[in-house]
Design a protein around this ligand. Structure first.
Ligand code: SF4
Ligand code: SF4
Length: 397
């Protein structure tokens, strides 16, 4: 039957792959299995075969596509510029329509509505942290939740400190508002210090990344439309989770005609440090391991900016030499592929242990949770901007 929605990848993209195999070394699912059907090349040839009706869109195809983490490590290395992330989202949207199920309908509800209802998300986060406080272990990356602290920033505006350089909209996201509010507070304070007015639109919703990744395209389009309207009037929108900023940057696809300009907070803060708008600490704080979230490193090609921020906070940056292999968090994928997620999480945690530093910087909450759930309690995992703000506070600047 091929594709029946506008989301399925087009013939040009489906024939780009030249089978060079360069992507195999960076693909986590191929590295775990050594199975061609779990590689980018294998998935692309399966997509092409289904698109021209050589193969059916059956359970096997759904497994081949479903096992992809959507880490996009295969994109920057690909000489043929295969836009793998958008293609796999498109194919999952097709699977959603052509192979419907109760589980998918429930996921639509969860990713389209529930995550955009702050009260429900807050209840979920508070329940998870209460369960953990009782000493009951939570499964997978849920064990890596911080203690719930709800920030009251939604619907508020924060004025700049010093010379005003523009107005920024802050995306509060789904779980971050109730589970990771310290990151938002640090982001707001650092942006104010850099000269930005920060507006936290009250009627904003989840960015839609989780829905898009799962193939819930209808929900992803709706969420992108709502955010485009919510953030009208700001110069640009900042997200302090790499998965969200990567998705916001693709709103031209999810909300055609959207004028929303998006940036990851690490880009804005590093730029302000380089321009001299933000201070550089003279205190030496010792080593810190940097974990590159896939949606920062591979999807947005951002690697230097978090390091600039951490050096400005007084840290010695220690890199992980693993080609940016995914930590195995990957949103809902981690829950649906628990064993593989655990193995990738352990690999990343082992590398971190080898650095000798017990402080880890990660610019994405999903990765933060996954790392924390695999590291011992004496490791601290935090966002680079949060660490920068804390350093400025300690320095009294
Ligand atoms: S997105 Fe990641 S898991 Fe999927 S094929 Fe590419 S490298 Fe492999
Ligand atoms: S790197 Fe690109 S062109 Fe080469 S095999 Fe992988 S997807 Fe195909």
């Amino acid at each position: 039957m091929g594709w029946i929605t506008p989301e399925g990848p087009g013939p040009i993209d489906l024939t780009r792959c030249v089978s060079c195999g360069l992507c195999l070394a960076v693909c986590p699912t191929y590295q775990l299995t050594a199975d061609e059907s779990a590689s980018p090349r294998g998935r692309l040839s399966a997509m092409a075969a289904v698109a021209d009706n050589t193969l059916p869109m059956d359970e096997t195809f759904e497994e081949v596509i479903g096992f992809c983490l959507q880490c996009r490590a295969c994109e920057p290395i690909c000489p043929a510029l295969v836009p793998f992330g958008s293609m796999i989202e498109g194919v999952r949207a097709e699977l959603h329509v052509q192979r419907p199920s109760v589980a998918k309908r429930l996921r639509d509800q969860a990713l389209g509505r529930w995550v955009s209802t702050p009260g429900l998300v807050s209840l979920g986060v508070r329940t998870a942290t209460s369960i953990r406080r009782l000493g009951v272990g939570l499964p997978g990356m849920l064990a890596g939740f911080r203690t719930a602290t709800r920030s009251a920033v939604r619907g508020r505006e924060f004025s700049p400190i010093g010379t005003e350089r523009g107005t920024v909209g802050l995306l509060v996201g789904c779980i971050m508002e109730s589970g990771f509010s310290e990151i938002h507070l640090a982001t707001i304070e650092v942006l104010r210090r850099a000269g930005y007015r920060v507006e936290v639109a009250g009627d904003q919703v989840c960015c839609g990344a989780l829905a898009a990744h799962e193939g819930a395209a209808v929900e992803a389009h709706k969420l992108a439309d709502r955010n485009t309207r919510a953030f009208e009037g700001v110069d640009f929108v900042v997200a302090d989770a790499a998965g969200c900023s990567a998705h916001l940057k693709e709103y031209d696809r999810w909300a055609p005609g959207s004028s929303l300009v998006a940036r990851d907070v690490t880009e804005v803060v590093a730029e302000a440090i380089d321009a001299g708008y933000l201070p550089v600490s003279t205190t030496h704080r010792g080593p810190i391991t940097v974990q590159d979230p896939c949606h920062l490193r591979h999807a947005q090609r951002i690697t230097e900016q978090p390091r600039t921020i951490l050096r400005a906070a007084g840290y010695d940056v220690v890199d992980l030499d693993d080609l940016g292999l995914c930590c195995g968090a990957a949103g809902a994928w981690g829950a649906l592929n628990a064993a593989a997620s655990r193995e990738l999480g352990e690999r990343k945690a082992d590398l971190i242990r080898c650095t000798g530093s017990t402080l880890v910087a990660s610019a994405n909450v999903g990765c933060e949770m996954q790392l924390r759930s695999h590291l011992d309690a004496w490791y601290r995992v935090a966002h680079p901007v949060e660490l920068y703000w804390q350093a400025m506070d300690e320095d009294g600047r």
